[in-house]
Design a protein around this ligand. Structure first.
Ligand SMILES: [Zn+2]
Length: 304
């Protein structure tokens, strides 16, 4: 586990104290729908406070399944002669379903009144998709721009062919490294396999457009660091084992076009048996969601 910086450690402590305090008060249903909410200061009169806007972007959907974890499961079956026999059943875990469920859990966490009170401002949460439908990268980015988002969090899960790679990765938008370009290539190849959406952007076009988003770089970096630490702490505090695969830079189309600080979380590998077990466990999934929500809260406080 990485050591905490003094500022983050202090913040973490403060947030825990705030959480402990506010979670002990009566839960009040907090609606995320109004664009502007009223908060009553000590003086008495109500003041309109613009909410923070957080976009949760469950990746893929519809015909685009995303990564798929496939494995064989042993099952015993009774045949007609009353003797038992062993057979194997093929199991599948699909990224588009995992990340939509995860996004909903993060939304529930963020809608807790304690978060808005800790921030002194409400949080409006917008999901780029709420069902199993295809949403293009352009549409996702458009939703973020329209909502004037403060943070864009794209949720994904990973898979690879050997079944030996596991862990959490977080990407943020950065046009200044070779690593970014290699990840850009990887993502393009992944999209080619899927077949859609088709992107015509050249590397140069992406580079030129990303210059305009340089101002968001430090915030995206901060969000990546804060979220990674918060997610890993939360999962490990709840007694689960998870591997930290670190923070990576990438030229990601959806983050680029969203024109707001943003990160892309690759939550575990569906192709690894232990990661799969973890992501299938509802309590562990809640831990991940809680880590993401607390990371978002910390980021919003730090980014002020
Ligand atoms: Zn994905």
């Amino acid at each position: 586990m990485k050591s905490r910086t003094p500022v983050t450690a202090q913040l973490g402590k403060t947030v825990r104290i705030l959480n402990a305090f506010f979670l002990s008060v009566v839960f009040v249903v907090f609606t995320t729908s109004p664009a502007v909410s009223a908060i009553t200061p000590k003086g008495g009169s109500k003041t309109a406070v613009a909410p923070y806007v957080v976009i949760l972007d469950p990746g893929h959907g519809g015909s685009d399944t995303g990564a798929v974890g496939v494995w064989q499961m042993q099952s015993s079956a009774q045949n007609s002669a009353q003797s038992s026999s062993n057979s194997t059943r093929k199991q599948r875990l699909v990224e588009k379903e995992v990340v939509l469920d995860l996004a909903r859990r993060v939304q529930i966490e963020l809608e807790n009144e304690a978060f808005a009170k800790a921030l002194g401002r409400p949080i409006r949460i917008v999901l780029t998709r709420e069902s199993d439908g295809f949403v293009s990268l352009d549409q996702r980015a458009f939703i973020a721009r329209q909502a004037k988002a403060d943070l864009f969090v794209s949720l994904h899960a990973n898979a690879e062919t050997t079944g030996s790679v596991r862990g959490f990765e977080i990407y943020y938008l950065d046009n200044s490294s070779k690593e970014s370009y290699s990840h850009h290539e990887t993502l393009h190849q992944r999209r080619k396999k899927i077949g859609k959406p088709k992107h015509k952007d050249s590397k140069l076009a992406l580079l030129l457009r990303s210059i305009a988003t340089d101002s968001t770089l430090n915030h995206s970096k901060l969000a990546a660091k804060t979220l990674q630490k918060s997610i890993l702490n939360e999962i490990r505090d709840d007694g689960y084992t998870v591997k930290d695969r670190g923070i990576r830079r990438a030229l990601l189309q959806v983050l680029l076009d969203a024109e707001t600080p943003g990160v892309l979380i690759e939550a575990l590998y569906l192709s690894h048996p232990q990661d799969r077990k973890l992501i299938q466990h509802p309590q562990a999934r809640n831990s991940i969601a809680s880590g993401i929500a607390k990371g978002i809260l910390k980021y919003l406080i730090l980014s002020e």
